[in-house]
Design a protein around this ligand. Structure first.
Ligand SMILES: Cc1cc2nc3c(=O)[nH]c(=O)nc-3n(C[C@H](O)[C@H](O)[C@H](O)COP(=O)(O)O)c2cc1C
Length: 354
């Protein structure tokens, strides 16, 4: 069995889980007296990336977004130079807790697609390792409470230390393959998320009146997707919904506009689909129903959403409108609104800062 003299870890993170895993692995490597470098891919300014040293073990760590690696990680892998190194793929995903039972997240096609990209560049995949840390998807579900967050960190820290010990000693580990059936079953959803869902989510964020224009969200966004528009933060379609902005806002001013998105969906169904049904939808459907339902409707919905988002951003300056927006955002309410940041390598309840 081969041991490695050099380890290089590349990670992307929104709220710190993947960074924490990268640091846990780095700690194990350092204890084994291995030379370990760690790179946040959001800090890489331009491609091509430096060629990896021959013989070094490469480890990629990323959250799962929509049953896949997020686009920023997939683009990074696509631009990664060719090589013959051995590679370990890791992801962090939505762990939850029922009693003392950790319910696992779902990786979907994250490992298979990234393994395919790297294999086609000449790399040899040695491991596919999911890590179930607390879910950070506050737009979708209430934030987890502190005991759950602590429990999951403790449990996963031990798990990562054990598995890192083995793979750094040259053993292969493909624990992800145990879930191949459910992973492949959700692959159509991962495609829909990549093509449509992520753009919809990007347009659900807004800064409420609690925002004092400190610009922390803009500075800390790992993909530079937040800009000033009319002197307020504005989310571009390139947003990865990584939750960094929402979790870090010192005024808890960033919310998910649940009410707004429902309103746009209603407008779309009553207005755009109504018009289409009256004029010509039958003709397009008779030619190709899938094309009509998937492509045409999605493009029209995203177009309407982009226009409505701009209008919402303008109207937000009126107090009555802003209040309506806030009161229809679940993230505003105490029962839902815990923001999430990983506890980092130290654990013990202190969240990482970016
Ligand atoms: C937009 C979005 C989509 C997500 N999709 C999935 C998913 O498909 N499967 C899953 O297990 N977890 C999913 N999660 C949860 C995150 O992958 C998980 O909390 C991860 O550990 C966050 O890592 P980070 O702190 O490094 O960003 C999603 C989270 C977000 C924000």
């Amino acid at each position: 069995m081969e041991t490695y003299s050099k380890i290089k870890i590349y990670y992307f993170t929104g709220t710190g889980n993947s960074q924490t895993v990268a640091r846990w692995v780095e700690k194990v490597a350092t204890e084994k007296k291995m030379d370990c470098g760690i790179i946040n891919i959001a800090d890489i300014e331009s491609f091509p990336v430096e060629n990896p040293e021959p013989g070094a073990l490469l480890i990629f760590v990323s959250p799962v977004h929509g049953f896949n690696y997020p686009p920023v990680m997939l683009q990074f892998l696509s631009h990664f130079p060719k090589g013959k190194n051995k590679v370990i793929l890791m992801n962090t995903r939505a762990g939850m807790l029922i009693g003392k039972w950790v319910t696992p997240g779902l990786s979907g096609i994250a490992f298979y697609l990234s393994a395919f990209i790297l294999k086609s560049k000449g790399y040899s995949i040695q491991g596919m390792l999911p890590v179930d840390l607390p879910s950070n998807w506050m737009s979708l579900h209430p934030g987890l409470n502190k005991p759950t967050v602590l429990f999951l960190h403790e449990k996963m820290k031990a798990k990562v230390a054990a598995i890192a010990g083995k793979v750094l000693d040259g053993k292969k580990s493909f624990t992800a393959l145990r879930e191949i059936v459910q992973d492949l079953a959700v692959s159509p959803i991962s495609l829909l998320y990549y093509l449509i869902g992520r753009f919809v989510l990007a347009k659900t964020f807004y800064a409420s009146a609690a925002c004092n224009n400190c610009g922390a969200c803009i500075k800390k966004c790992p993909v530079k997707a937040i800009i000033w528009v009319d002197e307020k933060p504005f989310w571009k379609l390139t947003c990865e919904s990584c939750m960094r902005c929402m979790s870090n806002c010192p005024h808890k001013a960033i919310e998910t506009a649940h009410g707004f998105i429902i309103l746009v969906a209603v407008l779309f169904h009553l207005g755009i689909l109504g018009l289409l049904n009256a004029f010509g939808a039958d003709f397009i459907t008779s030619l190709n129903p899938l094309f009509y339902e998937l492509i045409i409707q999605s493009v029209l919905f995203l177009g309407l959403l982009a226009i409505c988002y701009r209008a919402m951003h303008l109207l937000k300056r009126f107090r009555w409108f802003e209040k309506m927006l806030v009161y229809t955002s679940l993230t505003h309410y105490r029962f839902w609104g815990n923001r999430y940041r990983s506890l980092g390598v130290g654990g013990k309840g202190k969240a990482v800062s970016f």
